[in-house]
Ligand binder design. Structure first.
Ligand SMILES: C[S@@+](CC[C@H](N)C(=O)[O-])C[C@H]1O[C@@H](n2cnc3c(N)ncnc32)[C@H](O)[C@@H]1O
Length: 855
């Protein structure tokens, strides 16, 4: 095979096993040092080109008629035509005292001098040049993240005037400066000590922990000028200080003012460094609508929130697919690296060479049925715009980096028309309100956030794209009532309810408005805990407005439809933000899960039960696990309103219950699993015929033949319902759903961005009867990290020893996963079978990824 004989590493040999070449890691390897490009670290570009390069080499060899030295006979000139010629360092050369048997004909570079830049303008990542390039890139990044757009009052320090320590006692914006690149962990005291130690004269200084900016004011112009000069460029750690102006806000409406100053760095046209991981939909799962990163003043909110909006949708899909491909290759590389010495590389790693380094086929990307206005949930921040106007919209950047400016979401194509209209109504109301907007710097103020949640009728796509498809709207206004007079607050709430009612009805056609809820939250960030108090604000019926005036805040829900099932959604429960695309996602997951009436489906991180409930008619029983209590309550209600009886929902963290659940349902006595009647039934009704009987016979194979086995007929009785959606009638409490009846056990996991808890990974991996996992993720990076743990082969024997976890904070997620894989108990590894992307978030960088893992 090309992979072994190109730069054949002495630590790897070929071993014909089962008629296939598999690469054995030899025990002769002296250290655990990762191999370089031969096996473990073949760079991506090289992986991709392996086949191509291999073919090329073969052709060259044939043409030259000389191949005794493994290809060195071809002329260097011929070879150098290949775009990847000498673009990777030769590890063999390095390890063997700068000698390589291929000599000058080796396609890898012998030393840095020979190294050539790759066609994509990058250097071999292990090379000095790449490291240098990375450093300067980081330098540039630092350079572009210097813009500060604090639009809250930060300098008119009205919170104590601690004169002794530099408290304000009143401030003068003209005599203030903003310092950028301060250590995040510093508080005001650290900043003051730093200034004092450095002999910098100042009047007062303020810095908030967690931010990289601080504010300093001075006695007079002369002091400000000389101190600024001394401070500019000063090093703190590996950062250099930047001194920025603080510009008085032009728009100061309220007399009891939150108004203050805008801090800006007057650097024209700084580059843009927007974190792709968080945008308007915040990865679909995080509930923060802030755009992350920093940006130049030339950058619009549209670019921050929907950075792909300038591209045609087909190009967006192509871009996402390519970036997911790159991410998937990490799985192969890292599992290869983590594969224990003396253990054969699994087939999927060996075969990855044939598909450009991918761990399995990426079967494509499913487009969103709606491309514009698809979000059914928008969380609008409240703050000041760059012009100092009270605004309801999205933040232009990251608070930690000194950005608090909020701009209207008028031009963000993922926001629905209705959400935009409610944001405008709220903004107009706030501009007249006597209560202040939240100040993120001081953690004070009243109005914080508006969430607009929408529910559709059970209609078609075209309907949903237009305004008419939205039948229900829930508005959730987040406030912080602490320290405000109750009477004043309730007066404001009445006016608010009135404003929304009038705004909704004065629009033609009337905007739907189902419920107005207030969430009281005192915390620093707008992400409120699930148990933050909720109050329902009554809205007087006006015109067409339909409201249930007797409803309780805890009972308030809107409804949406997935696969013809009606879903009830409470204010804080997770629900995919793009319902129609989610429908595609769930049905793909169901298809890949190979379901049948003999299937026990674990829906791990089930939210309101969407996945389990939409697939319930295709399985014997669903067990959903979810930690958010109101989502679990919704799941129960959703099962009820759809007449589904074969689902159980458990309110708990998955890491706390998965072990005992799998024990309960999987540790079934062998006699029961082998009961012929049950085996017959399982052969009977499976949707897939491709499930292989493993050697140990732990699960039954499936065929499409029918039989009238006892259990089978029970199940068939259950699946005879008309619409097919509410067909599974097995009671979760009844004997029919006891663990013994389920021969096919599948887990569909859909965790939050952070991925699965290590305990859950361990439980899934070590329960050998669980043969199939469908992993759904809105964060391909964590999917890859978790898959490394699930798919890396176990060692023959557990090595005692280095459990040194120091430095994990600095590890990449893949590095950490490799590290964790080492302590995974010996168990049969899963292998990636196929993957598919599903675009739930048009115009943003985000995308859902589904991967089927089997063993
Ligand atoms: C990406 S959502 C998926 C929800 C659901 N599958 C759906 O599609 O609507 C992730 C869910 O996991 C839940 N969750 C987060 N951490 C969890 C944990 N440790 N155990 C159980 N559920 C968790 C969240 O509350 C959230 O509902």
């Amino acid at each position: 095979m090309e992979e072994t004989n190109t730069e054949l590493s002495p630590s790897k040999t070929l071993s014909p096993t089962n008629g296939q070449d598999s690469i054995i890691q030899s025990n002769l390897t002296a250290t655990n040092e990762p191999e370089t490009h031969t096996e473990n670290q073949i760079p991506e570009a090289e992986h991709q080109s392996d086949v191509v390069a291999g073919e090329k080499r073969k052709r060259d060899d044939d043409e030259a008629g000389e191949s005794v030295d493994g290809g060195s006979g071809a002329s260097g000139e011929d070879r150098s035509l290949h775009p990847l010629w000498k673009t990777s360092l030769c590890s063999y050369f390095r390890r063997h005292g700068n000698s390589c048997s291929h000599g000058t004909a080796c396609r890898f570079a012998h030393g840095e001098e020979e190294l050539r830049i790759r066609p994509d303008n990058t250097w071999d990542p292990t090379s000095e040049r790449a490291k240098k390039a990375l450093k300067s890139e980081n330098g540039e990044r630092c350079g572009v993240s210097e813009e500060v757009m604090m639009t809250e009052a930060v300098v008119d320090d009205d919170d104590g005037g601690d004169e002794e320590n530099g408290g304000s006692g009143g401030s003068n914006h003209a005599l203030s400066k903003c310092l950028v690149h301060l250590p995040r962990k510093w508080c005001s005291d650290n900043l003051r000590s730093f200034l004092n130690d450095a002999g910098i004269r100042f009047k007062h200084a303020k810095k908030k922990k967690g931010m990289m900016v601080g504010f300093v004011s001075f006695e007079d112009e002369e002091q400000m000028q000389s101190s600024s000069k001394d401070l500019e460029g000063k090093s703190i750690g590996n950062k250099r200080l930047k001194v920025a102006d603080v510009i008085p806000r032009s728009f100061e409406k309220n007399s009891n003012s939150n108004a203050g100053s805008v801090a800006t760095l007057n650097e024209e046209n700084a580059g843009v460094d927007v974190d792709p991981n968080v945008t308007v939909e915040a990865g679909a799962n995080s509930d923060n609508l802030a755009a992350n990163g920093s940006l130049s003043k030339t950058k619009s909110l549209r670019d921050v929130v929907t950075p792909l909006a300038h591209m045609a949708y087909a190009d967006q899909l192509e871009q996402k697919k390519n970036s997911i491909m790159q991410m998937l290759k990490k799985l192969t590389r890292n599992a290869r690296k983590a594969c224990p010495n003396g253990v054969s590389f699994p087939d999927w790693i060996v075969k990855s060479r044939e598909i450009g380094g991918l761990p399995c086929n990426l079967e494509g990307i499913i487009a969103s049925p709606i491309v514009n206005g698809y979000r059914n949930k928008c969380e609008f921040s409240v703050g000041y715009s760059l012009e100092g106007k009270v605004t309801v919209g999205f933040m232009l950047g990251n608070f930690r980096e000194g950005v608090t400016a909020v701009e209207e979401a008028v031009d963000c194509p993922n926001v629905s028309t209705i959400a935009g209209k409610y944001a405008t109504i709220f903004q107009e109301f706030l501009q007249q309100s006597d209560l202040p907007v939240w100040n993120r710097f001081k953690n004070s103020g009243f109005w914080r956030q508006l969430t607009v949640r929408e529910g559709r009728t059970n209609g078609n796509v075209a309907d949903a794209e237009s305004f008419g498809g939205i039948a229900e709207v829930m508005l959730i206004v987040q406030v912080s009532t602490a320290g405000f007079d109750d009477t004043k607050v309730s007066g404001e709430f009445k006016r608010l309810a009135q404003a929304f009612a009038v705004g909704a009805t004065s629009h033609g056609p009337t905007l739907p408005l189902t419920a107005l809820v207030v969430q009281d939250h005192q915390g620093i960030s707008n992400v409120a805990p699930a148990d933050a108090p909720l109050h329902l604000l009554p809205i007087r019926k006006t015109g067409d407005l339909e409201m249930d005036e007797n409803a309780d805040a805890m009972d308030v829900r809107i409804h949406d439809y997935i696969s013809n099932l009606r879903f009830s959604i409470s204010p804080t429960a997770f629900f995919q933000v793009n319902t129609l695309a989610a429908e595609k996602l769930y049905s793909l997951a169901g298809d890949w899960a190979c379901l049948g009436p003999d299937t026990l489906l674990f829906d791990i991180c089930c939210g309101t039960g969407t996945i389990g409930l939409t697939l319930a008619h295709r399985v014997g029983m669903v067990i959903g696990i979810e930690m958010n209590a109101s989502a679990v309550a919704d799941a129960h209600r959703n099962a009820e309103i759809n007449g589904i009886k074969n689902c159980k929902f458990i309110c708990s963290k998955a890491e706390d219950v998965m072990g005992s659940l799998l024990k309960e349902y999987l540790n079934v006595p062998k006699e029961q699993v082998d009961d012929p009647k049950i085996a017959e039934s399982s052969n009977d009704i499976s949707e897939c015929g491709d499930l292989q009987e493993p050697e140990n016979g732990e699960i039954a194979s499936h065929s499409s033949e029918n039989s009238n086995g006892e259990v089978g007929s029970e199940v068939q009785n259950c699946s005879g319902s008309e619409n097919g959606n509410t067909s599974a009638q097995n009671s979760s409490e009844g004997a029919n759903t006891s663990a013994q009846h389920f021969k096919n056990v599948v887990a569909i996991v859909d965790p939050p961005r952070a991925g699965l808890h290590p305990t859950v990974l361990k439980v899934l991996r070590t329960h050998s009867r669980l043969r199939r996992v469908v992993y759904i993720s809105c964060n391909p990076e964590t999917l890859v990290a978790n898959a490394i743990e699930l798919c890396t082969p176990s060692p023959i024997k557990m090595e005692k020893g280095n459990k040194d976890n120091r430095g994990w904070r600095n590890m990449s997620s893949a590095g950490l996963a490799r590290h964790r894989a080492k302590s995974m108990p010996i168990s049969e590894a899963f292998h990636p079978v196929k993957a598919m992307a599903v675009d739930l978030f048009p115009h943003t960088q985000h995308c859902e990824l589904v991967m089927l893992l089997e063993r």
